[in-house]
Design a protein around this ligand. Structure first.
Ligand code: FAD
Length: 382
C-alpha cells in the first residue's frame, strides 16, 4: 500500500475543520433539512468560506491544494453530519478538477466564486435515454458562426433548481457517437434554459435535484471546455475521483449509523438490562464496525493510488461498490438496533437508511461498477 503524500498533521487539520463544521452546523440541522427538503444558502456559503470546496484544487486556483486522501477524509466527516452536504463538496470537487485540468484562463476566472460558494454549479450528464449509457446523449450543440446552439434536456441533475452555472455534456457530432461529444459551460439564467420542478426523493432530501431544458440556448465559442469532441473522455477522466468521493460519503453515512446504534444500545433497557448486554446485538454492532473499516480501507487504497498516479479504475469502482452496498446493509442494521423507533420519522437512523440507497445508484450504478471491475480483471488478470 502506498503512503499518504502529505504530513499527518495536515490530514488531522482538515479532518478537524470538516468534523467541527459537521458536528456544530450540519448534524443539528439535518433532520429539519430532510423534513423540509431545503438546502440553506448560508450552509453552502459557509462551506466555501471555511475551505471545504476544492480540496484537491491547486492553491494558485483558490483551492486547498491537498490530495484525494484528504478529500476522502472531508467527504466522510461531512457525510457523518449529513450526506446532502457532503454531496455539494463532491460536486464542487469534480467541477474544480475539470476546470483546473481543461479550463482556459478565461474559464478559470469562474473558479474563485465557485470555490467561495458564491456560484453554484451543476454537472449535467444524465438524460431520459442516457443514464448508465451516456454514449446515448441526445442533447446537441450545433456550431454556428458565433459559437454553439444547445438543444435538449437533462434529468435528475444536482442543484438544477438553484445552480448558476451548468457543465453540460452535448453532442457536437451525433454521427460520431461518444467521440463526438463536448462539454460546455452554460449560464443557467440564459434565454432558452428552463428548470423543471424540484424532485421529491426517497433520501438525501435536502439535495436539490431536477431537470434542465435547453431550447436554442446560444453560447459563445469560449464556452467549450477542453477540445471539441473530447467531452466524453473529459467527463470519464474525473470519475475515479468522483467514485472515491461517493465511497467515502457512504462510509460516513454508515459511521453515523454505527455511532447512533451504539449509543442507543447502551441506553435502551429491556428484560431489566441494557440491550447492549445481549451478545446477539453486540455481534451485529461488531459486524457494522468491521464492514465500515473494510470499506474505509478500500477508499484509502483507491485515494492513494490516484495520488501516486497509479491505475485506479478498478480500485475506485471497488471502493464505490463495496462502500455503498455496505452503507445500505449497515444502516439497515442500525435501524434494527433501534427496533420500532428506527422506523419512525425523526430518528436519525431512519434518515440514514434512506440516504444510503442512492449511493448504489449515482456516480455509476453498482452494476456498472461490477462491469468495470470485471473488465479490468479480464484485461489485466487477477
Ligand atoms: C438523486 C439523484 C441525483 C443525481 N444527480 C445527478 C447529477 O448531478 N448529474 C447527472 O448527470 N446525473 C445525476 N443523476 C443520475 C444518475 O447518475 C443516474 O440515475 C444513474 O447513472 C443511472 O442511470 P438511470 O437512472 O438511467 O438507470 P439505467 O441506466 O436505466 O439503469 C437501470 C438499471 O439497469 C442496470 N443496468 C443498466 N445498464 C446495465 C448493464 N450494462 N449491465 C448491468 N446492469 C445495467 C442499472 O444498474 C440499473 O439497475 C442523479 C440521480 C439521482 C436519482
Amino acid at each position: 500500500m502506498h503512503a499518504p503524500l502529505l504530513d499527518a498533521e495536515i490530514y488531522d487539520q482538515i479532518r478537524e475543520t470538516a468534523r467541527r463544521f459537521a458536528e456544530e452546523v450540519v448534524k443539528p440541522a439535518a433532520a429539519a433539512l430532510d423534513r423540509d427538503e431545503t438546502f440553506p444558502a448560508e450552509i453552502y456559503r459557509k462551506m466555501g468560506e471555511i475551505g471545504l470546496f476544492g480540496i484537491t484544487v491547486p492553491e494558485e486556483h483558490g483551492g486547498a491544494g491537498l490530495d484525494t486522501y484528504a478529500y476522502a477524509i472531508v467527504m466522510e466527516e461531512l457525510s457523518r453530519g449529513y450526506s446532502s452536504v457532503a454531496d455539494q463538496c463532491g460536486l464542487v470537487e469534480l467541477i474544480g478538477t475539470l476546470l483546473t485540468r481543461y479550463g482556459t484562463p478565461e474559464q478559470l476566472k469562474r473558479l474563485p466564486d465557485i470555490l467561495a460558494g458564491k456560484t453554484r454549479v451543476a454537472y449535467c450528464l444524465t438524460e431520459a435515454e442516457a443514464g448508465s449509457d451516456l454514449s446515448n446523449v441526445r442533447t446537441t450543440a450545433r456550431e454556428t458562426a458565433e459559437g454553439y446552439v444547445i438543444d435538449g434536456g437533462k434529468l435528475w441533475i444536482h442543484n438544477a433548481p438553484v445552480a448558476d452555472l451548468g457543465f453540460v455534456l452535448a453532442s457536437t457530432d451525433p454521427a460520431a457517437g461518444h467521440r463526438g461529444m463536448s462539454i460546455f459551460l452554460v449560464d443557467l439564467d440564459a434565454p432558452g434554459v428552463s428548470r423543471g420542478p424540484k424532485e421529491h426523493k426517497m433520501g438525501q432530501r435536502a439535495s436539490q435535484v431536477g431537470a434542465l431544458s435547453f431550447d436554442g440556448v446560444t453560447v459563445p465559442r469560449e464556452a467549450l471546455l477542453g477540445p471539441k469532441g473530447r467531452g466524453f473522455h473529459i467527463m470519464m477522466s474525473v470519475l475515479e475521483k468522483g467514485r472515491v468521493g461517493i465511497a467515502s460519503l457512504a462510509v460516513g453515512i454508515a459511521q453515523a449509523g454505527l455511532e447512533a446504534a451504539l449509543a442507543y444500545a447502551r441506553d435502551r433497557r429491556q428484560f431489566g438490562k441494557p440491550i447492549l448486554d445481549n451478545q446477539g446485538l453486540q455481534w451485529l454492532l461488531a459486524d457494522m464496525a468491521k464492514d465500515i473499516a473494510a470499506a474505509r480501507a478500500l477508499v484509502e487504497r483507491a485515494a492513494l493510488l490516484i495520488d501516486h498516479e497509479k491505475p485506479a479504475t478498478s480500485a475506485s469502482s471497488m471502493a464505490k461498490c463495496f462502500a455503498s452496498d455496505m452503507a445500505v446493509a449497515q444502516t439497515a442494521s442500525a435501524v434494527q438496533v433501534f427496533g420500532g423507533s428506527g422506523y419512525i420519522r425523526g430518528f436519525e437512523v431512519e434518515r440514514l437508511y434512506r440516504d444510503a440507497k442512492i449511493t448504489q445508484i449515482y456516480e455509476g450504478t453498482n452494476q456498472i461498477q461490477r462491469t468495470i471491475i470485471a473488465r479490468e480483471l479480464i484485461k489485466n488478470g487477477a
